[in-house]
Ligand binder design. Structure first.
Ligand code: HEC
Length: 142
């Protein structure tokens, strides 16, 4: 029994080690001043909350509310609120583009959801979340 223990541990160790190698982080590191980083991450948490509230509003058939949250919290109207222009100067160009893609997708969603077609609304909502995922795949701040 004991003779198998060491080789089995070794196999476990190798399996873990290989996984670590596979999960190597290829995202571009974006160094922001500390306060800006905190502000940006707090905006991010608000973004997730907005997506959650949008889904809740759609489920409650409150489409106007879904549109307002999308426009005010994520859309073109949110640019001022989140000091996006000021922050964007610290971002690499690709990240700036990903940010504007999110704001545009959210404003577009706000228009589409008010038309009342659920399938189109969910497609438009996924256009927003695609921009979240795209940026998260490419960049990190810590
Ligand atoms: C322009 C790029 C970009 C877009 C667009 C973007 N994010 Fe982020 N987000 C980031 C980066 C960079 C981080 C930090 C990741 C890291 O350093 O590991 C982050 C972190 C987060 C976090 C973690 C916050 C924390 O406190 O650590 C959440 C939640 C989040 N984003 C939600 C969202 C949601 C939801 C969307 C879309 C509605 C979104 N983000 C769109 C770039 C983006």
């Amino acid at each position: 029994m004991k003779t198998y223990l060491i080789p089995s541990l070794l196999v476990c160790y190798l399996a873990l080690f290989t996984q670590t190698v596979v999960a190597e982080d290829k995202r571009v590191m974006v160094k922001l001043p500390q306060m800006m980083q905190e502000h940006m991450l707090s905006n991010m948490r608000a973004h997730l909350e907005a997506i959650n509230s949008i889904l809740a509003s759609i489920n409650a058939d409150e489409l106007d509310k879904a549109a307002t949250i999308a426009e005010q919290e994520l859309g073109m109207s949110a640019l001022e609120k989140h000091s996006a222009k000021h922050m964007a100067q610290f971002y690499p160009e690709g990240m700036q583009q990903a940010g504007s893609a999110m704001h545009h997708a959210a404003s577009q969603f706000a228009r589409i959801v008010e038309e009342g077609d659920p399938a189109n609304s969910y497609k438009a909502l996924q256009n927003i979340t695609n921009t979240c995922v795209g940026c998260h795949k490419a960049y990190r701040v810590h």
